[in-house]
Design a protein around this ligand. Structure first.
Ligand code: APR
Length: 313
């Protein structure tokens, strides 16, 4: 029988991978293949079985298969990459470059071979450099490769704003641009709560503290968990992007996309507002920035450029 359900390939069955599988099934996005290296076969087969048993409780018809064979991932509509080592306390995302680049070379080569038509979302860090390497190695069209960072960074910002105001998080609209590092750029001027500019609602010193906490949001979790990094919010953020592609929702979501002149940048993946639909990255929105915002974005870009410069393919 023809496979009519969508197929979602999850590369890496660790903390984020397992949560991605669960969310994909709960949102009934499609059947899931949870792939990992042979050493983690029990882990992915166990998570698949466990989630399939939860499906019986809740009545979901999507299935998860745990696999260590790329042939099972072949033909996926969406691939989400979380293969890689997470940070430990005291590490920056850039410290992961060498070890995770090795893993990305393996993963991207397999994507080229087995999933040339997939919409591929990278989550592995250092985010902007990893998605750059992925695109180069896998040779996928530019609209079909993105990095997930902006949705997560924006969610963190919104979460802290809602907490500070004691208001519903649904009414907080915000945008965080730039690289997925400590100099990411929360655009306060473009953030609102129920349409009211954020700057009218929160005094500058409090807002600066929120910006600082957002920038270091990943490290805050690494310091709490001690053995790894955040996984619930990164999984949800990636699923929002996958869902927008699979359901052609055309949501405007910040993502690390290949820039070709926007923001004065060319040839790099960098966090900007995108529109994601059935065509993958269908649009990149070039937000008009003032001089101070431009300077902050350039600083963030210089960091990304430096890390990408260390990517040897
Ligand atoms: N192919 C597939 N999977 C791999 C490979 C590979 N070549 N190498 C390692 N993995 C798997 C590991 O076996 C592990 O199960 O990737 C998984 C990573 O899971 P965790 O260690 O739990 O890490 P996680 O918290 O999910 O984060 C993964 O995302 O946010 C980033 O910085 C984070 O780079 C890290 C990645």
């Amino acid at each position: 029988m023809a496979h009519t359900k969508k197929k979602i390939g999850l590369i890496g069955g660790g903390q984020i991978g397992g949560n991605l599988a669960l969310l994909a099934v709960q949102k009934q996005l499609g059947d899931v293949v949870l792939y990992d290296i042979p050493a983690a076969e029990g882990l992915v087969k166990g998570k698949a079985l466990d989630i399939n048993q939860l499906s019986a409780v809740d009545g979901y018809d999507c299935r998860v298969t745990g696999s260590t064979d790329w042939k099972d991932v072949a033909g996926s509509d969406v691939v989400i990459i979380t293969a890689g080592v997470p940070r430990k306390p005291g590490m920056s995302r850039e410290d992961l470059l060498e070890v995770n680049l090795k893993i990305m070379k393996d993963v991207a080569g397999n994507i080229k071979q087995h999933c040339p038509n997939a919409f591929v979302i990278n989550v592995a860090n250092p985010l902007d450099a990893m998605v750059f390497a992925l695109h180069k190695i896998a040779g996928l069209p530019k609209n079909m490769v993105v990095g997930m960072a902006g949705v997560l960074d924006t969610s963190r910002f919104k979460c802290f704003v809602a907490e500070a105001l004691g208001c519903s998080i649904r009414d907080v609209e915000a945008l965080v641009l730039g690289g997925h590092g400590d100099d990411m750029v929360p655009l306060v001027r473009h953030s609102t709560v129920g349409g009211v500019p954020l700057t009218q609602l929160i005094p500058a010193d409090k807002l600066n503290a929120i910006i600082d906490r957002t920038r270091k949001g990943g490290a805050e979790l690494v310091n709490l968990y001690k053995t790894g990094s955040a996984y619930f919010a990164p999984a949800s953020s990636s699923i929002a992007m996958a869902e927008s592609y699979l359901l052609d929702r055309k949501r405007v979501l910040p993502a690390a996309a290949l820039l070709e002149g926007q923001y004065g940048i060319s040839g790099y993946f960098f966090g900007v507002p995108t529109q994601i639909g059935a065509g993958g990255v269908e649009k990149i929105i070039d937000v008009q920035l003032n001089d101070a915002e431009k300077a902050e974005l350039n600083k963030s870009f210089e960091s990304v450029k430096k890390t990408v410069g260390e990517v040897k393919l």
